[in-house]
Design a binder for this molecule. Structure first.
Ligand code: ATP
Ligand code: MG
Length: 419
């Protein structure tokens, strides 16, 4: 984003003009060197936070105690942090003390990996005291300083290490890897939310399998607050993950759980303990439960009864789950984990595309209108009847207009009373 680069350069120039030092730092410097898309541009400065606040017209004192101020610049926002060092990590995560320092190098020393401990000046100069560029060139993740100490200070760094190795396809320096093996027991201190967020990045990366394997080989998987069920898994199912679009997180997670033999019901609890959002959890559970329902009664025909069965499955679990499931089936077909032929998957997809309506809210009649038309009191039967009408209208067996729906409802009610 050239606009972001220009605005952040304005922030740096403003600080320089007031007589302070300022650099781009951390992830943005690394990503730019690697030729990756830069997401946010952080700035580090010798100016104290109060000074930064006074220099810019629009600021938010985001974490002023820790030295971080958010500067707003023509619709963009940048985190500007005073050079600082940290100490006293009593809970293996949060420093108890922060001190502002005068040298950028000292600030870089507190950062986790050499590739993340580089700063870049407005004139194109580099501050790279730990050989970050060289490590990037060699494709190695390496701790700044003594790996064991750095992981003991903040246990989340172990997961970040594997995340970077997995997402970038880098290896882990030997001492850094040994540091993980020696400090892995401290992972239990880390909130699942933080671990999940690193895991989401591993799963959205180009080779989640690599990250999962490193996670298990390091032994970190058995030291988290919540369980990670990756001990036995079906290889072909897990391989299908990498055939799914990286940002289709629901499908990638569903495949992971499926490969580990987790049922929809077990997934519900597991994903809760992993602190997934309700929305994300529900989508995954729906996909898995559609899969289970399908397996209970697999049908690979192209006849009318197969079509109706599929439509009722789709309506019961939702169109989104059905689309995800088809994508999953295609991937499973390619890795040989599913025997369902592609022609059949395409047939189901075509039936899905041809659905006339997709949910109760698309139905041209409401429950109360139906009660009025039938002259009856509500009850559990009403939900059943609506579901039946939805199924028929979706399958194009009846028209989705009030008159046809009422006519069909009457027929069903009379038929049921007769029997
Ligand atoms: P991402 O691509 O995920 O944004 P990032 O390296 O930018 O990766 P951030 O969490 O945005 O990660 O952190 C910005 C910078 O802060 C890092 O590059 C690193 O220098 C430093 N940093 C972040 N987390 C830690 C940590 N746990 N320990 C030490 N330094 C950290
Ligand atoms: Mg970042």
């Amino acid at each position: 984003d050239p606009d972001m680069a220009e605005r952040s350069a304005d922030v740096i120039r403003t600080l320089l003009r007031h007589g302070h030092e300022a650099y781009w730092v951390g992830g943005c410097v690394r990503d730019e060197y690697m030729g990756r898309r830069v997401s946010d541009m952080d700035i580090t400065t010798s100016a104290l936070p109060e000074v930064t606040c006074s220099v810019f017209p629009k600021v938010i004192p985001t974490g002023i105690k820790h030295g971080t101020v958010t500067v707003l610049m023509e619709g963009q926002s940048f985190e500007v942090t005073t050079y600082r060092v940290e100490s006293g990590y009593e809970d293996h995560r949060h420093p108890t003390e922060v001190a502002f320092v005068g040298e950028v190098k000292e600030d870089l020393r507190r950062r986790d990996f050499t590739m993340n401990a580089m700063a870049r000046g407005i004139d194109g100069s580099w501050v790279d005291p730990f050989g970050g560029r060289e490590d990037i060139d060699r494709q190695v993740i390496r701790c700044v300083g003594d790996a064991r100490l750095r992981f003991r200070e903040d246990a989340l760094r172990m997961v970040r290490c594997i995340r970077f190795a997995s997402v970038f396809g880098f290896s882990i320096a030997l001492r850094t890897w040994r540091g993980i093996l020696s400090e892995r027991d401290t992972l239990g201190w880390i909130a699942m939310e933080r671990i999940r967020s690193e895991f989401e990045k591993i799963l959205a990366g180009p080779s989640p399998l690599r990250g999962l394997e490193m996670f298990v080989r390091s032994g970190l998987h058995s030291r988290m607050k919540a369980p990670f069920p990756y001990t036995t898994h079906d290889r072909k199912t897990i391989e299908a993950m990498e055939r799914i679009e990286p940002d289709h997180a629901t499908i990638r997670w569903s495949l992971l759980l499926l490969a580990c033999g987790i049922t929809a019901q077990e997934a519900e609890e597991l994903l809760r303990s992993w602190t997934f959002s309700n929305k994300q959890r529900e989508s995954i559970v729906k996909l898995l439960s559609l899969h289970e329902s399908y397996l209970q009664e697999p049908n690979e025909g192209d006849d009318e009864s197969s079509r109706l069965k599929w439509i009722s499955l789709v309506l019961a679990h939702g169109v989104e789950a059905a689309q995800g499931w088809l994508e999953m089936q295609t991937a499973l077909h390619h890795t040989g984990a599913s025997s369902a032929p592609l022609t059949f998957i395409r047939q189901l997809d075509a039936w899905l595309q041809n659905l006339k309506i997709r949910s109760l809210k698309d139905l041209a009649i409401t429950g109360s209108e139906l009660l009025e038309a039938l002259g009856r009191r509500g009850g559990p039967w009403l939900g059943e009847l609506l579901g039946l009408l939805l199924g028929k209208a979706a399958a194009d067996l009846i028209n989705n207009d009030k008159e046809s729906l009422i006519e069909e409802a009457k027929r069903v009610v009379i038929h049921n009373e007769g029997s």
